[in-house]
Design a binder for this molecule. Structure first.
Ligand SMILES: Cc1cc2nc3c(=O)[nH]c(=O)nc-3n(C[C@H](O)[C@H](O)[C@H](O)COP(=O)(O)OP(=O)(O)OC[C@H]3O[C@@H](n4cnc5c(N)ncnc54)[C@H](O)[C@@H]3O)c2cc1C
Length: 386
């Protein structure tokens, strides 16, 4: 990485996080997932070293950095084989939204815990009947005196079991016009009426996905984050970091798989030369490396724009970075598994499960097609088909 693109501090952070990641590695995460546990030790270590809270404002115990630093942390943990998925939602979405738009009380209540890792927050927007079309969400918040009453369903929400609360995206019922507006509510894990059932995913990951039911969940007035009328703006303030962090997740995973494949191709010999000397093996690995580097450049651009306060510019770049990183990750993993021949499918070498895992970034938090739609319409000005 050229020093003109990354400061000495960032390079030092990268090296320090990589060292922590190597201490744990993929085997730690795989074992944790197999045993049905959570990567608590890694989470606590990363928190203690200030990595989880690097983007939270200093006055609330964070590092005072931005999404640039947070995405760097996630990428390096991923490259070491032990990414922490909850970083995408807890500090990146929830921490950012609360820091930017929360009330003073919400900031005091949540940010120190999100920064030091003692508290975690999940994020729920996806609904079974809305999917990619978030404008169709129907989770509704009704005012009842001083309280809010939330009703609705969510699906594929990660980490609800380990999170102290979930930031739920709903709509308020506008009494006068009957129109609906997106709003963010902090729903504690054990709130009465807040039900969850685990979805049986084909993913080898410690973080589980849940279907949620909100059955007349009563919340105090201060469960609403920020301003009822600024819902959309607040939501996007969280969604851009989510996309940048998903890019980091994908780039880290791609780098991990590629490193394993390169290592293998250097030494595995079935003819006169190691298989890495065959261009049919070497070139796709080189191309995968180039794609990952390019995706990282776009991710850094998106993070820098976001941290500089350019929400609009960051929106386009974050979408492009997420797209590029997911595609680069899927290709890198595919080529890496292939490079190992039969060993690519053994549990011992641990790459096959990444075939499924790498697809996540292509689907979530916004699918490849929806990004292509966004770029077609917003960047290129092409007409819409839907
Ligand atoms: C592992 C995992 C973790 C997740 N964690 C969370 C979480 O923590 N919180 C949360 O809120 N959500 C989470 N999600 C949900 C995720 O964001 C959604 O799966 C995603 O937004 C896609 O929605 P969908 O699955 O309903 O697909 P659909 O919207 O049904 O789309 C299905 C397919 O149709 C395509 N498609 C749809 N509309 C169009 C169109 N107009 N043009 C072209 N193609 C189109 C899509 O690209 C996709 O390929 C998670 C998902 C996964 C897999």
């Amino acid at each position: 990485m050229s020093s003109t693109l990354e400061s000495k501090e960032h390079q030092a952070l990268r090296a320090a996080v990589a060292a922590l990641g190597q201490k744990y590695g993929r085997e730690y995460l795989a074992r944790t997932a197999r045993e049905g546990g959570h990567p608590d030790e890694l989470w606590a270590d990363a928190a203690r070293l200030g990595y989880l809270g690097v983007s939270i404002p200093e006055e609330y115990g964070g590092g005072g950095g931005g999404i640039t630093e947070l995405s760097l942390v996630l990428e390096e943990l991923g490259a070491a084989g032990c990414p922490l998925l909850m970083m995408v939602v807890s500090p990146a979405i929830c921490g950012t939204v609360i820091a930017r738009f929360g009330t003073d009380a919400q900031k005091r209540t949540w940010l120190p815990g999100l920064a030091d890792g003692t508290r975690t927050m999940a994020f729920g927007i996806t609904e079974p009947d809305a999917g990619s079309n978030s404008h169709r969400i129907t989770t509704t918040a009704r005012r009842d005196g001083d309280e809010w009453v939330l009703t609705g369903r969510k699906v594929f929400i990660s980490g609800v079991d380990i999170a102290d609360a979930t930031l739920i995206v709903g709509r308020t019922e506008d009494a006068k016009t009957g129109s609906l507006k997106p709003c963010l509510f902090i729903v504690p894990r054990d709130a009465p009426g807040f039900g969850r059932s685990v979805i049986d995913m084909e993913l080898q990951a410690a973080e589980k996905q849940f279907e949620l039911t909100l059955d007349e969940v009563r919340l105090p007035a201060d469960a609403l984050v920020g301003d009822e009328d600024a819902g959309l703006l607040q939501l996007f303030a969280g969604l851009n970091p989510e996309r940048i962090m998903t890019a980091a997740f994908a780039i880290g995973m791609g780098r991990y798989a590629l490193a394993k494949a390169v290592d293998y191709a250097r030494t595995r010999q079935v003819w006169k030369q190691p298989i890495g000397a065959h261009q049919a093996i070497a070139h796709p690995l080189a191309a995968a490396h180039i794609d990952l580097e390019l995706a990282r450049l776009m991710m850094q651009k998106a993070a820098q724009l976001y941290d500089a306060g350019d929400d609009m510019g960051a929106g386009e770049a974050a979408n492009m970075a997420k797209y590029a990183a997911a595609e680069a990750c899927v290709k890198a993993v595919d080529q890496s598994v292939h490079t190992l021949g039969g060993n690519g499918l053994t549990r011992e070498y641990g790459l096959a499960s990444l075939i499924t895992a790498s697809r996540v970034a292509r689907i979530a938090p916004v699918s490849r097609e929806m990004i292509l739609n966004f770029v077609s319409h917003q960047s290129l000005g092409l007409p819409k088909s839907y």
